[in-house]
Design a protein around this ligand. Structure first.
Ligand SMILES: [Ca+2]
Length: 486
């Protein structure tokens, strides 16, 4: 029998989506004949228990550092993320190199800084995105025999040569860019009215014109496709990349969680994402794959606080779209039973660019021919006592502006002089608030003593500032000078 969710997406109209939601809820709740049939078919173990690990990479969109326990204390339950953290390691100082969608995702997929790929900010419909000369994680792992799937928001290319099927992913479903780049969205609909938001599956448009009714299912569909992919590939090594579209505005939630959090729509959306994490963890457990799978959980950037009660929270300075830690520091969990200590907590600095090289190392895959900035940090991710971060520094940027560097040990952060946006008044219930522009001069922050970047200590530590300024000069020269094409 054809899966119900697939049929809905092929037909792609609201009534069927609602019908599917009801049946999807029954199945998710373990009720009805469909639930029994599904579990009887899939919950039988027998997955590959040795050899190179599988990778499950869950990447949220705009989730704040404090949106989940145990990183924060949100007013809604997140039991599945807590379960993941209890079984693995929490990384408290994990960074993205730029706190905007496309730049962050390109860095994750390639292990290259935005200054190298020249993918900055967030691209819109029909953009070419990431140049195919930079290998993706999917392409790298495929050379080692991995099956690869991406289920959710791609956002690093919307042309035939830059969509997932051309970039190393055997299977794919979801949106090619953000869910607000959308003719129905009240913010700037004129920018997107010529391009209906499309839902893609395996290189074909499955829904020509995504509506609000469809958006309610984005989290469920990504989850279902990821779970299905895991079940079908339990005998071969796989990469299952799940870049959820939520909790990027406009927020949507299925009936499973609508009104369930008691904390508004954002809480409902986060509960549904937590449910998705739980479904994926259950699939790994049921297939006997838990011990041979590295699960990584992270967000592409910090919260979009302009959206007020439709935004997450961060304890750090500023938020999405800035080089401050409120934008670039992501609550990250890694679980790999027997290899990463359960319940561990790491304060090492690390960055999403390091994931691809680390995955390649674990998979026994050769690194690509193009230069890569990230490094294999497997010993550091395992919290080996002797492990040190081999990076002298991590750069951070916003759009095309290189803004400064963080020392590789995470202790010091140097801001070059740059402008940045500051929230004046948050919006409410889906409406955007207002920003003003501010400026920071050359500043050094001691991230250990002052993680909120509040006190400039450059006069107190001139030798540290000089060392970081030299790294910044080198980075500027290599990636942002005219000679570099920057
Ligand atoms: Ca984002």
């Amino acid at each position: 029998m054809e899966p119900v969710g697939t049929r809905v997406r092929q037909q792609g109209h609201a009534q069927n989506a609602r019908d599917w939601d009801r049946r999807g809820f029954l199945r998710g709740a373990g009720l009805g004949a469909a639930a029994l049939a599904t579990s009887a078919l899939t919950g039988c173990g027998g997955g590959r228990s040795s050899g190179p690990p599988n990778f499950v990479l869950i990447f949220l969109d705009d989730s704040g550092y404090g949106d989940f326990r145990p990183f924060g204390h949100p007013p809604y339950p997140t039991p599945n993320v807590e379960r993941l953290a209890l079984g693995g390691c929490r990384f408290l100082n994990f960074y993205v190199p730029q706190a905007i969608c496309s730049a962050s995702r390109s860095a994750l997929m390639t292990g290259c800084y935005p200054g190298r790929t020249k993918v900055f900010g967030a691209h819109g419909p029909r953009a070419r995105g990431l140049d195919p000369s930079f290998a993706t994680m999917g392409e790298v792992l495929k050379t080692a025999g991995y099956a690869t799937g991406v289920f959710g928001k791609w956002h690093i290319g919307d042309q035939p040569e830059t969509r997932p099927p051309a970039r190393g992913f055997d299977e794919s479903s979801g949106l090619m860019y953000s869910n607000d780049m959308w003719e129905f969205y009240p913010e700037r609909p004129q920018d997107y009215s010529q391009y209906p938001l499309q839902y893609w599956k395996n290189g074909e448009v499955q829904i020509e014109r995504v509506t609000g009714e469809h958006q309610r299912f984005l989290t469920t569909w990504a989850t279902e496709d990821a779970v299905d992919f895991i079940h079908r590939h339990k005998q071969s090594p796989f990469l299952c990349y799940v870049p959820y579209s939520m909790p990027h505005v406009p927020l949507f939630v299925s009936d499973k969680f609508k009104g369930k959090s008691g904390a508004g729509l954002y809480g409902d959306v986060m509960m549904e994402l937590d449910w998705g994490v739980g479904q994926i963890l259950d699939a790994l457990r049921d297939d006997g794959l838990e011990d041979n799978t590295l699960v990584v959980f992270c967000s592409d950037n910090g919260p979009w606080t302009s959206y007020g009660n439709h935004s997450g929270v961060t304890p750090f300075r500023e938020a999405k779209g800035t080089g401050f830690d409120g934008g670039t520091r992501s609550a990250t969990i890694m679980r790999y039973p027997g290899k990463i200590n359960a319940g561990c907590r790491s304060t090492h600095a690390a960055c999403t660019v390091d994931l691809m090289p680390t995955f390649a190392h674990l998979a026994g895959a050769a690194m690509p021919a193009n230069p890569v900035d990230g490094k294999n940090l497997w010993e550091l991710f395992q919290s080996k006592p002797e492990a040190v971060n081999p990076h002298a520094y991590y750069p951070f940027s916003t759009g095309r502006n290189f803004e400064g560097v963080l020392s590789g040990d995470g202790r010091w952060k140097l801001h070059l002089p740059h402008g940045y946006r500051v929230l004046v008044e948050p919006g409410n219930d889906g409406a955007a608030g207002t920003y003003t522009q501010a400026r920071i001069e050359l500043s050094l922050f001691d991230m250990q003593e002052d993680p909120k970047e509040s006190t400039n200590v450059i006069a107190k530590h001139p030798e540290v500032a000089e060392r970081l300024q030299e790294y910044a000069r080198q980075h500027q020269q290599e990636f942002y000078s005219e000679a570099s094409g920057g």
